[in-house]
Write a new protein. Structure first.
Length: 321
């Protein structure tokens, strides 16, 4: 399939073409990079119409179950839902299980849903290296809600907040006290906080919600027009999902009314640009002939303790000028 045909079939909503397009932009082959750029350029004018929802939380909080319940709720309301589920890549083998789709069995069988598991591939921040491009492609294919499920590694998992409109943090009952909730990083970026699995312990859920309400009141609000709500759900019982989506809609309406929604989208575009610049600089650095020639020797010297990491790094950077 040539690139023009691929773009045309993505715009027509073809699921096979959508999968192929995301595979293309995720490719690490140098010859695929120009094709991926051309594809994104062809689709860019048709993207941007979705509501981008980022969902994060520690492993075991029930992200996949929550997303499946939310996806089915949205489909029942007449929406088309794309889920970009990010799985961690092994630091040893480089492989990834990519099992999120199997945990959303009912949602994956719906024609109105598209679920794409992707490996992090060493990217930091809980997302894959080409999640932004995948969001854009899903939007161009006509999906009006795009959900990004992060790896689930904890406080450092903040990159998704820079590429989505609504950042949702899932918490567990008994997951920590008020001081835990006050930690900087992922908590202060949340637009909505949800305590999931209230069916496990209703009392602990109520206490966790109260603690989070108190803790969030001490943090500087990200927006003057929005107070972060703390909700409780039982995704496995499909309880509280409707209330959650009403909060998402209320958030979007408040942000649009204040002009902050468009400002956030502009910030997403700039964040994407800088991420591409950093990635490009890293690629050029590693491909530089002088760096490639000196790298094995300096690696051995650093491992042997003969050269400090700082000196070796500066030497390599000087070579790449």
């Amino acid at each position: 399939m040539d690139d023009a045909t691929l773009a045309k079939e993505v715009l027509a909503g073809g699921r096979r073409a959508l999968a192929k397009a995301i595979t293309l932009v995720e490719s690490s082959l140098p010859e695929d990079a120009p094709r991926a750029q051309n594809l994104i350029a062809a689709l860019l004018a048709h993207a941007g119409g979705s509501l981008r929802v980022g969902i994060s939380g520690v492993p075991g909080v029930g992200k996949s179950t929550f997303i499946e319940a939310l996806g089915l709720h949205l489909i029942a309301a007449g929406r088309r839902v794309a889920v970009l589920a990010v799985d961690p890549s092994s630091s040893i083998s480089g492989g990834s299980i990519l099992g999120d789709k199997t945990r959303m069995d009912e949602l994956s069988r719906r024609e109105e849903a598209f679920i794409r598991p992707s490996p992090t591939g060493g990217a930091l921040g809980g997302v894959a290296g080409h999640t932004r491009e995948a969001i854009l492609i899903c939007e161009a294919a006509g999906y009006d809600v795009v959900i990004v499920e992060t790896v689930g590694v904890g406080q450092s998992e903040t990159a998704v907040a820079a590429m989505t409109d609504v950042f949702v943090l899932l918490q567990l009952p008994n997951a920590g006290d008020e001081l835990q909730a006050l930690k900087k990083g992922i908590v202060e970026l949340a637009d909505i906080v949800v305590v999931n699995k209230r069916d496990v312990d209703a009392g602990a859920t109520e206490m966790a919600c109260a603690q989070l309400h108190s803790a969030l009141s001490l943090l500087r609000p990200a927006s003057h027009c929005w107070r972060v709500p703390v909700l409780s759900t039982s995704a496995i019982r499909n309880e509280g999902v409707d209330e959650f989506w009403r909060a998402v809609v209320a958030y979007r309406e408040a942000m649009c009314a204040s002009g902050e929604f468009e400002a956030k989208r502009r910030h997403q575009a700039l964040s994407w640009m800088w991420a591409l610049i950093e990635s490009g600089l890293d690629t050029r650095f590693r491909a530089h002939p002088a760096v490639r020639a000196a790298l094995p020797r300096l690696i051995d010297a650093v491992e042997a303790g003969a050269v400090s990491p700082a000196v070796a790094a500066q030497s390599l950077l000087d070579m790449a000028r």
